[in-house]
Design a protein around this ligand. Structure first.
Ligand SMILES: CC(=O)N[C@H]1[C@@H](OP(=O)(O)OP(=O)(O)OC[C@H]2O[C@@H](n3ccc(=O)[nH]c3=O)[C@H](O)[C@@H]2O)O[C@H](CO)[C@@H](O)[C@@H]1O
Length: 405
C-alpha cells in the first residue's frame, strides 16, 4: 500500500520555531516528527511514500533524500501554495495508480506509533475510512458524528461541545476520492479541506466509516506542546544507548542516552529520561533533569541546570544558567548567568486569540546571541537572529533581527 504524507504547511502556531523549518521537522527526542511518522509506516511494511512538501521544502528533502536511509522510498510532490489538505492530496494523484485498491493518507505533523496506523489498516471499510481518538478538549480539531461505525457528519473546528470523537487526519481512501476532491468547494477558512471532501462523499451516499484507536496519537498544536510530546516519547523510548565518553564522577540515573563523540565531564548529574545527541561537550558540574532532549554539537558549561526542555543542535550555553520548561532552537549562544522565569497557566495571545499554556519558560527560534546575566520572563519568545546584550531582562516577545542594547 502507498502512503501520502502531508507536509507542505508551516505550522503557524509553532512560531518562532517554524520561522526556519516546518512543523514536521520539529524534533522530538532528537528526531523530526516526520521521521517518527515514517518509522511507524515502515514498521507496518508501508515503504512506498509520497511526501507532499511546500514550505521550507529543502530542509525536508535534504534530510530524508530518497528515504533509503530510513528504510523507505520517497517520491516528492510540491504544493506551491498551501491551499488546504484536499488540495495537498490532489497534488499526489499522479503517483496513485487508479488500479490501486486503497491508499493511506496522514498528516506529517502528528506523532503516531506503529500500532496507531495498524489499528486503521486492520479495520477499515467502505469508500473511505478515518481514524479517530476520544478527547475531552476538542477545540482546534475536526470532530465526527456517527451511527454505529458509519460517519454521518464531519464538523471542522466548530465552537461548542459537538462530539468528543476527534479526526486524527489518518485516512484510507480508494482512488475514486480524487473525483470528489475535484468537486470540493473552498471552505469559509479559504481552503480546500479533506474534511469537506469526506462530507461531500457522505452527502453523495458513499460509505465513510471511522475506526477508533487508543494507541498513541499526539499533536503539538502550539510550540509548548512539544515539551509534553517530548516527555511522552522519552518515557517510552526503549532504544537508549550510552555512547561517547562519560568521565569518572558523573552521576546518571533513569533512562539516559548519550550520542557518539559526546563528552560528559566529571561532576555532571543527569536524571532521565534524558537524550543527548552527538559531538556534545557537557560539564563539568552540569545538572540535567527530566524530561530533556539535547541535540547534536551542543556545549553546556559548569553549574548550568536544564530541566524539562528541548535544546536543539549547535547551541552553546555558558555557566551558571537555569533553563526549564523551555525550547531553545538551533545555533543559539547563551551567555553565563542566564535565567528563565517560568509560570503555570499563562494566557498567550496569537493573532488576536488567547491560548492557555501549561507551565512554560521561554521559546527561542534559531541563531540568537544572548549576553551574560540575561533574564527572560515566563512565556516570552525570542524569534530568530536576535541579539541581547548582557544584563537585560526581556519582558516582551522579540521579533526577527531584534537588538536589545
Ligand atoms: C481540514 C483538515 O484536514 N482538518 C484536520 C487537520 O486539521 P489541522 O488544522 O491540524 O491541519 P493542518 O493545517 O495542521 O494540516 C495537517 C497537515 O497537512 C499539511 N498541509 C496542510 C495544508 C496544506 O495546504 N498542505 C499541507 O501539506 C500540514 O503540513 C500538516 O502536516 O488535522 C486534524 C488532526 O491533527 C484534524 O482533526 C482536522 O480535522
Amino acid at each position: 500500500m502507498k502512503a501520502i504524507i502531508l507536509a507542505a504547511g508551516e505550522g503557524l502556531r509553532c512560531r518562532p520555531l517554524t520561522l526556519t523549518r516546518s512543523k514536521v521537522m520539529l524534533p522530538i527526542a532528537n528526531r523530526p516528527i516526520l521521521e517518527h511518522v515514517i518509522g511507524s509506516l515502515e514498521k507496518n511494511g508501508i515503504t512506498d511514500i509520497i511526501l507532499v512538501v511546500g514550505y521550507k521544502k529543502e530542509r525536508i528533502m535534504d534530510y530524508f533524500e530518497d528515504g533509503l536511509n530510513f528504510g523507505v522510498k520517497i517520491k516528492y510532490v510540491e504544493q506551491r501554495a498551501q491551499l488546504g489538505t484536499a488540495h495537498a492530496i490532489e497534488q499526489a494523484k499522479k503517483w496513485i495508480d487508479p488500479e490501486d485498491s486503497v491508499f493511506l493518507v496522514l498528516n506529517g505533523d502528528n506523532l503516531v506509533e506503529p500500532k496507531t496506523i495498524a489499528d486503521l489498516l486492520n479495520n477499515y471499510e467502505g469508500d473511505a475510512s478515518l481514524l479517530t481518538v476520544r478527547m475531552e478538549e476538542t477545540a482546534g480539531y475536526g470532530v465526527v458524528l456517527k451511527e454505529k461505525e458509519r460517519v454521518t457528519k464531519i464538523l471542522e473546528k466548530r465552537p461548542g461541545d459537538l462530539s468528543r470523537i476527534v479526526n486524527t487526519g489518518i485516512y484510507i481512501f480508494t482512488p475514486n476520492v480524487f473525483e470528489t476532491i475535484e468537486k470540493t468547494p473552498i471552505s469559509e477558512n479559504g481552503e480546500y479541506a479533506i474534511t469537506d471532501t469526506l462530507q461531500l462523499m457522505i452527502d453523495e451516499g458513499k460509505i465513510v466509516t471511522s475506526v477508533s484507536t487508543e494507541s498513541k496519537w499526539l499533536d503539538a498544536v502550539h510550540s509548548w506542546d512539544l515539551l509534553k510530546a517530548n516527555a511522552t516519547v522519552l518515557n517510552s523510548d526503549r532504544n537508549l544507548k550510552l555512547e561517547g565518553e562519560i568521565e569518572d564522577g558523573v552521576f546518571l540515573s533513569g533512562k539516559v542516552a548519550v550520542g557518539k563523540n559526546t563528552r560528559i565531564r566529571s561532576g555532571t548529574y543527569i536524571v532521565g529520561p534524558v537524550v543527548i545527541g552527538e559531538n556534545c561537550d557537557i560539564g563539568p558540574n552540569v545538572v540535567i533533569l527530566p524530561s530533556t532532549t539535547i541535540g547534536d554539537n551542543v556545549s553546556i558549561r559548569s553549574f548550568t541546570e536544564i530541566q524539562n526542555s528541548i535544546i536543539m543542535n549547535d547551541c552553546r550555553i555558558y555557566s551558571h544558567g537555569r533553563i526549564s520548561n523551555s525550547i531553545i532552537g538551533s545555533n543559539n549562544t547563551i551567555g553565563s548567568g542566564f535565567f528563565v522565569e517560568e509560570k503555570e497557566g499563562l494566557s498567550i495571545i496569537m493573532n488576536g486569540t488567547v491560548h492557555r499554556a501549561p507551565k512554560l519558560g521561554t521559546i527561542f527560534g534559531d541563531d540568537n546571541r544572548i549576553g551574560n546575566s540575561v533574564l527572560v520572563k515566563a512565556g516570552v519568545t525570542i524569534a530568530v537572529d536576535c541579539q541581547v546584550e548582557s544584563g537585560n531582562t526581556i519582558y516582551k516577545d522579540l521579533s526577527r533581527h531584534s537588538v536589545v542594547l
